[in-house]
Ligand binder design. Structure first.
Ligand code: SF4
Ligand code: FES
Length: 213
């Protein structure tokens, strides 16, 4: 985890969770400049503008803590959006737990692997592009969903089944593609990349001998 500070804001960056060379650089090039070292300069823009751009980082690689008394990030409503040919994007009060039920991650934004090839499972590390993963989903997963209900304060829990799917507990808004959105509760999402019913698990992980902690 890398830390970058100014008087008004502290920015943390986890390179292992960054897959998406767009939102931050496009949003605020003066602060996020991949051609500079260090590439993040929190003194180059007002804290509020930096916070706004960081809240758009879909993977949770970037976070911030205001030091100027401005608002810190509030979780958005729980949502799950499969990206076309890419990961499962989650927002809200997301908790990832292992097979023993112990929390191994908690975040407001997350990208989870659904191609089966990430070296940083259950998180996405961008391998879907290298392996040519193909699956239907939202072509523009960052677009705001007009159907999303008001936030509640319940967790969206993701139980990572060894050698199997991601089991979801809790209610969430599900957006399988741009034109559709529905409120769902629970579900098993494929993370081996081989289901014929993506983004859901259909049991194929057993047939292909999927191995993942
Ligand atoms: S928005 Fe997040 S995932 Fe995308 S490039 Fe910036 S840090 Fe990485
Ligand atoms: S995890 Fe892919 S089919 Fe079950």
């Amino acid at each position: 985890m890398n830390r970058h500070e100014s008087e008004d804001i502290e920015v943390t960056y986890d390179p292992r969770r960054c897959i998406h060379a767009a939102e931050c650089v496009r949003g605020l090039r003066s602060v996020f400049d991949p051609n500079r070292k260090p590439w993040i300069d929190p003194s180059a823009a007002p804290a509020g503008a930096i916070a706004e751009v960081i809240s758009r980082c879909p993977t949770g690689a970037l976070h911030f803590q205001r030091r100027d008394g401005g608002p810190n990030e509030a979780p958005s409503p729980n949502t799950i959006v499969p990206a076309e040919n890419g990961p499962l994007y989650l927002r809200g009060q997301v908790v990832v737990e292992n097979n023993d039920g112990a929390a191994i991650g908690r975040d407001t934004r997350m990208a989870l692997c659904r191609c089966g090839a990430s070296r940083h499972k259950p998180y996405c590390d961008g391998m879907h592009e290298k392996v040519g993963f193909e699956a239907p989903g939202c072509a523009n997963p960052q677009a705001p969903d007009p159907h999303v209900a008001a936030a509640d304060d319940s967790d969206l829990t993701i139980h990572v089944v060894p050698n199997g799917p991601l089991l979801v507990s809790g209610a969430y808004e599900f957006r399988p593609h741009e034109e559709a959105s529905e409120t769902r509760e629970g579900g098993a999402f494929c993370r081996c990349g081989a289901s014929s019913n993506k983004p859901f698990c259909d049991g194929t992980h057993k047939k292909i001998g999927f191995v993942a902690e």
